[in-house]
Design a protein around this ligand. Structure first.
Ligand code: IMP
Length: 188
């Protein structure tokens, strides 16, 4: 199946390209305007992004909404992870704020809601979760976002940014959600 991925985030686009194989994932054409993320849940935001692309382009679309939840911050930044340090904050500014506010070693979870929407009105949402702890220093150059300080439980000596893309996909929230959607979609 040919799917359009409704995102402007290059890190996500890279990961979904391999995660959704053998389906083909096309980038979102430049003229499609994504809605502001106003939902209170990852699922609501993912659905809105996928609905926009499916409606504008008349073809099946997928979109994820994802983020990080810190136990020490009662689950924040959550759905506001991309703009935690301000509306136009960089990944680095967001991560620095998290490292100032949550103690090293405290529990974190990455969450991903992944929505599929087809022009005939079919909608399906799946979720994936990845547990870990906050590192005291930033390490690694892979991945994106909060990865340099996220130590996944499955690899307790490494940050997510030190893993190969394949090792990240095998344990990540996005990898788990993608595999759940692959199991639901008809074979490619
Ligand atoms: P949104 O889904 O576009 O609202 O953005 C999600 C934000 O959560 C990203 O900008 C990152 O800051 C963070 N995030 C989501 N997934 C990951 C990941 O796999 N690694 C690191 N940060 C992530």
């Amino acid at each position: 199946m040919r799917l359009v991925l409704s995102t402007r985030n290059d890190g996500k686009a890279r990961e979904f390209g391999s995660l959704m194989a053998p389906h083909i994932v096309d980038p979102l054409p430049k003229h499609v305007m994504l809605p502001p993320e106003t939902g209170e849940t990852f699922a609501e935001n993912a659905l809105e992004k996928a609905r926009t692309a499916a409606r504008e382009l008349g073809r099946p679309a997928i979109a994820d909404d994802s983020g990080i939840a810190a136990e020490a911050l009662d689950g924040r930044p959550g759905v506001r992870s991309a703009r935690y340090a301000g509306e136009n904050a960089t990944d680095e500014q967001n991560l620095d704020k998290l490292m100032r506010e949550a103690p090293a070693g405290s529990r974190l979870a990455y969450v991903c809601a992944l929505a599929y929407v087809a022009p005939d009105g079919t909608e399906h949402v799946v979720e994936g979760r990845c547990e870990g702890t906050l590192s005291d220093t930033k390490r690694g150059s892979g991945g994106f976002g909060y990865d340099p300080a996220f130590i996944p439980d499955e690899h307790p000596t490494m940050t997510m940014a030190e893993l190969t893309p394949e090792d990240k996909d095998a344990i990540s929230h996005r990898g788990k959600a993608a595999r759940a959607l692959l199991a639901w979609l008809p074979p490619a």
